[in-house]
Structures are given as C-alpha cells and as structure tokens.
Design a protein around this ligand. Structure first.
Ligand SMILES: [Zn+2]
Length: 272
C-alpha cells in the first residue's frame, strides 16, 4: 500500500508527497513560530527539489529510460527510474542534470535580484532578502547533492567517471566504500554542530538512508554483472549519439558521425 499522497501528474510522471514532509513542515513552522515567510520558503524549496528530480527524470527519458514516479520526502526527493543506465555516459548526464537544475534556478534568482536592484529596490527590501536566501538554498542543494556519497548524485558522477577506467562493478565498490566513509563521518560529527533534536533526527535518517541505499545498489550491480552479456545494453542513446563498447567492456556515448567513420557504430533499430 502506498502511503504517499499523489499531487499530480507532470510530463507523464506521477508526483507524490510523503506524509512525513508535512511533519517536517509543521516542525520547522513551529520552531519559527509559524512565520509565513518560513512556510513560503519551505514550499519554494520543495518546488526546487521537485524541479531537481524532474531534471533527472527528463534527462533519463532522453536515454529511453522512463520514470515510475517522483516522491518528495523531508530529506529530499527520489525519482524511481524503470531501470538504471548501465552506460557510464548516460549515468553521468542523468546524475548531473539534477544539480544543474538548481544551478539554473540560482542563476535566474541572481538575475532577478540584479533586475530588482537596477529598478531602484533597496537591498534591504524583504523581497530581495528572500530571493537571496532562496538563491543560497539552491546553491546548497546543488552542492550538497554533488557530495560523492553514493548513491547521491555526486557519488553517481564518481561511479560513472571511475567506470570508464575500472569497469562498473569495481567503480561501484569504490564509490560505495567512499560514500559510506563520508556518511559515517557525517553521522559522528553531527552532535558537534547541531543541537536541535529535529534537525539531528532528519540528518541521521538521511545518513542511514544513504548507507542502506548504497548497499542495495552494490548488491544489484553484483547481480547484474554476474549475468551480464555484451548485447544486454538496452539504453537508447540521445539523438545523434551511439553507444560504443570500449576495450575494457564499458559502454560510452560517442557522436554517431564519428563512430560510423571508425566502424564502431552499434546503434540503430533492432539493436540491444
Ligand atoms: Zn539528484
């Protein structure tokens, strides 16, 4: 049974909200004494997290991978893809797309603030202050997700980059070990810089979630690699690109024109 509430369907993808998100909203609304600005801020950050997840989902679609649904939790969003890309190039682009969305939002807010200041608005104005905080939140969201704690986006980027040299299994093992070291260090250090119990709890939950998710992905990759055959590559390349199998058994994206001339073109209908 699904406990999350469906908020709607956008670009053919169902968007859900986990009920615990409301608990977090009530909690932070409570500690700020129900400040309307704080509630609005949390809702806007929520919207930015949704856009971040759609960045992943719509990029995955370009590689022929559909998204089952997107669910927003207090610790962030999760886009459930029908399958994960095996090719390093696809994983790299899909992982980067989320933080890139936050980068674009931050740039847009920066432009907006500059326009308002140009228009004669005082830099102390509440609207400017609010935009600046939302801008910072997006920069933080983007940077936070790029921490190489697999399976966070940064960890996926690392795995994709390592896959090119080491193969997918070894790359995953390294990314998982590094990610777990970061998560453990984060969890141990938490009491030193957070004394708010609610924040501590949410961050510990995030650490536990990442630790467990990393182990599950590693197990999946081990299973997949055990049954792997070269023709299993079922991910569609974006227009103008084809998958090219390199000597180390890792698939890479290459421009179609280039690979056709060197006879490595494995793309085209009926392939894979
Ligand atoms: Zn992400």
């Amino acid at each position: 049974m699904r406990v999350s509430w469906k908020l709607g369907r956008f670009a053919g993808i169902d968007l859900y909200l986990h009920p615990t998100f409301l608990l977090a909203l009530a909690y932070f609304g409570g500690i700020t004494h129900g400040s309307m600005a704080m509630i609005l801020f949390i809702l806007l950050v929520f919207a930015c997290v949704v856009l971040h997840e759609f960045g992943h989902a719509l990029t995955a679609r370009r590689f022929g991978i559909e998204t089952v649904d997107i669910t927003i939790y207090p610790i962030g969003g999760v886009a459930r893809l029908t399958r994960l890309p095996r090719a390093a190039g696809a994983e790299l682009l899909i992982a980067l797309a989320g933080p890139a969305v936050n980068g674009v939002i931050a740039l847009a807010l920066w432009g907006g603030v500059a326009l308002l200041l140009d228009g004669g608005m005082s830099s102390n104005d509440g609207v400017i202050e609010f935009c600046k905080i939302l801008l910072s939140a997006n920069v933080l969201l983007g940077l936070f997700n790029m921490i190489p704690a697999f399976p966070m986006d940064g960890g996926r980027v690392l795995r994709a980059l390592l896959s090119r040299r080491l193969g997918r299994l070894r790359a995953t093992e390294i990314a998982v070990v590094l990610g777990r070291m970061i998560v453990i260090a984060f969890a141990i250090s938490l009491p030193f810089w957070t004394d708010d119990l609610g924040t501590l709890f949410i961050r510990l939950a995030l650490a536990a979630f990442i630790y467990k998710a990393a182990g599950m992905e590693l197990r999946n990759v081990r299973l997949q690699e055990a049954v792997r055959s070269p023709n299993e590559q079922a991910v569609q390349p974006p227009p103008g690109y084809v998958w090219v199998l390199q000597g180390d058994g890792v698939w890479r994206l290459a421009p179609a024109a280039f690979s056709a001339t060197v006879g490595m073109n494995r793309g085209g209908p009926g392939w894979g």
